[in-house]
Design a protein around this ligand. Structure first.
Ligand code: SAH
Ligand code: SF4
Length: 427
């Protein structure tokens, strides 16, 4: 299985290339690889990451051709709007969504407070329908390597916070490169997230070398390493990283201060803005279910993600971890996360929305439900099993002991059953 379908460049407009997937067109950035009209390429996150020989591409496309159209049909059918008897208010709001009108905060709150089954069904269906209209059946699948569980911070909710006594590990550079090679060359990933606690043992130099080596694999590199200096992020961009996953965690300053001691809301926000300026693809978002969080906070979180021009929305429920200050917190209900996905889709129609691992811990079908309520991105854990169980941000992760090959098979089966294909979502 490959997480990308090769596309053919049919037009070049400066740095933008238009690529064609069986008649479907996407705009992508061409910068890593020198390309010409007629070339076959792989794109990830809207960036061309690799060029492939024509004969190889044609072979792969032959295998995809039938499947591609079959998947589209399934997706279209699942994204159809069925008639559901509903209250006038919700119909009026969803009509506005359909007409691409901006919803007021009051209307967004109204949607978030919906509880009855029929209204929720309509809400979720509408979000899935918009996802399909905006992005067709494209779905991106990224691999994630959790390379260190050391962290200098003490976020109250986190299972690898500094003060929690756990067995710590650090993967050395060779190990990280080995896993990345396996993920790209053997498993077919075209985008890899490198995640860790805030671990300054990996200084700028080490990170630079790691990124530079992995970039040689022609893969999109996502960093998720927390706060670093602007200079370091600039350097890592130069080394070839092109995306960063950095959540602002909550738009509520009071909660941020309480839950993330000795860290600064303003610094985090400023860094996220800086990363956009540098040219990184930015995935950001928040936790839901923080103690004392209100519905208004959730709506503000969604709106802040949008105002930061996030390329990808990443949010998930807070899962209380034993021996952390929040161990007795009641986790948020799955429905709240699903509503948050749908509302994010309305607020930012064209966005990429991730189904997070944390959300997957809330129920067996969470991944499927997320994809059917407006989400269109997934991650698969490629961290070696011996480390994975030590990277316990929260308990109950469904992939904790699952071999990556098995996980890939299940994910691909799920995506196909929903009619989703790994074409790039473009810029
Ligand atoms: N140290 C980096 C990256 C690793 S943490 C950082 O903080 O940005 C990645 C994400 O895990 C955080 O953004 C946080 O939102 C999430 N997380 C931490 N503890 C969690 C918990 N108990 N439940 C759900 N998500 C959690
Ligand atoms: Fe460290 Fe990130 Fe966990 Fe905070 S959320 S303690 S920064 S790993």
């Amino acid at each position: 299985m490959c997480y990308a379908i090769p596309g053919k460049i049919i037009e070049l407009k400066g740095k933008i290339a238009v690529i064609d997937y069986f008649g479907e067109k996407r705009n992508v950035l061409s910068e890593f690889v020198t390309v010409q009209k007629g070339d076959y390429v792989y794109a990830q996150g809207g960036i061309i990451v690799d060029k492939i020989p024509e004969n190889e591409a044609i072979e792969i496309l032959k295998l995809w051709k039938e499947k591609f159209f079959e998947l589209k049909k399934i997706d279209k059918k699942l994204a159809q709007l069925n008639k559901i008897p509903s209250a006038r208010n919700i119909l009026e709001i969803l009509q506005k969504v359909n007409l691409k009108k901006e919803l007021s905060k009051k209307e967004l709150l109204y949607l978030l407070k919906l509880r009855d089954k029929a209204s929720l069904k309509l809400l979720f269906q509408t979000a899935n329908n918009i996802r399909q209209r905006e992005h067709d059946n494209a779905c991106c699948v990224h691999g994630i390597i959790e390379f260190s569980n050391y962290c200098k911070n003490n976020c109250l909710y986190c299972g690898i916070r500094k003060d929690r006594k756990i067995e710590r590990y650090r993967m050395n550079m060779d190990e990280i490169i080995e896993v990345a090679k396996y993920a790209v060359n053997k498993l077919g990933f075209k985008a890899l997230v490198l995640q860790s606690g805030e671990d300054y043992w990996y200084d700028e130099n080490k990170l630079y070398k790691i990124v530079k080596e992995i970039r040689k694999l022609n893969v999109l590199i996502f960093l998720s390493i927390g706060i670093r200096s602007k200079e370091t992020y600039q350097k890592l961009y130069e080394a070839g990283a092109r995306a960063v996953l950095l959540r602002f965690e909550t738009s509520n300053r009071r909660l941020f201060k309480k839950l993330r001691p000795k860290t600064s809301f303003d610094e985090r926000l400023e860094l996220i803005k800086f990363l956009k300026e540098v040219g990184y693809i930015v995935a950001t978002g928040f936790l839901t279910g923080l103690p004392g969080e209100t519905d208004k906070d959730i709506i503000n979180n969604i709106l802040l993600t949008k105002s930061l021009n996030a390329d990808m929305y990443s949010f998930g429920p807070l899962i209380p971890a034993k021996r952390t200050p929040l161990e007795n917190l009641k986790p948020v209900h799955e429905e709240v996360v699903l509503k948050t996905i749908s509302i994010s889709r309305f607020v930012d129609r064209n966005s990429k929305i991730l189904v997070t691992f944390a959300f997957e811990t809330l129920g067996k079908d969470a991944k499927k439900k997320g994809l059917l309520t407006g989400a269109n991105s997934l991650m698969i854990n490629v961290t070696p099993l011996r480390y994975r169980k030590l990277y316990e941000l929260y308990p109950g992760r469904p992939d904790r002991d699952k071999e990556v090959e098995k996980n890939i098979k299940e994910t691909v089966d799920l995506l196909y059953s929903l009619g989703r294909a790994p074409t790039d979502l473009g810029v």
